[in-house]
Design a protein around this ligand. Structure first.
Ligand code: ZN
Length: 97
């Protein structure tokens, strides 16, 4: 009879852990794939939030500079910030689906 147990690297300490084990015996890091995918989604939405914030800074910074300095290239910058914001909204929708 062939054993179906895989060995996985613990993400916390790189100790080899059986795929059947709920946690790493070396450091206690949880090994079930369910909690790992939750961590990935949380990390993704966090970075999308950072991109959205950056996009808002570019939009309002560009608009402010464009108005106060009457320089059209700042409006182009604001527009690219808007495009970045739309991409971030789309990415959020994509990863949450
Ligand atoms: Zn470990």
């Amino acid at each position: 009879m062939k054993a179906e147990v895989e060995l996985l690297d613990c993400p916390a300490c790189t100790h080899l852990v059986s795929s059947m084990a709920p946690a790493c015996p070396q450091c206690g890091h949880p090994m079930n794939s369910g909690s790992r995918s939750v961590t990935t989604i949380q990390g993704t939405s966090k970075s999308i939030k950072a991109v959205k914030l950056l996009a808002l800074v570019i939009i309002f910074g560009g608009l402010y500079k464009g108005v106060t300095e009457a320089e059209s290239s700042y409006f182009a910058l604001a527009l690219s910030g808007l495009a970045l914001y739309i991409i971030a909204v789309f990415a959020k929708w994509w990863f949450h689906d």
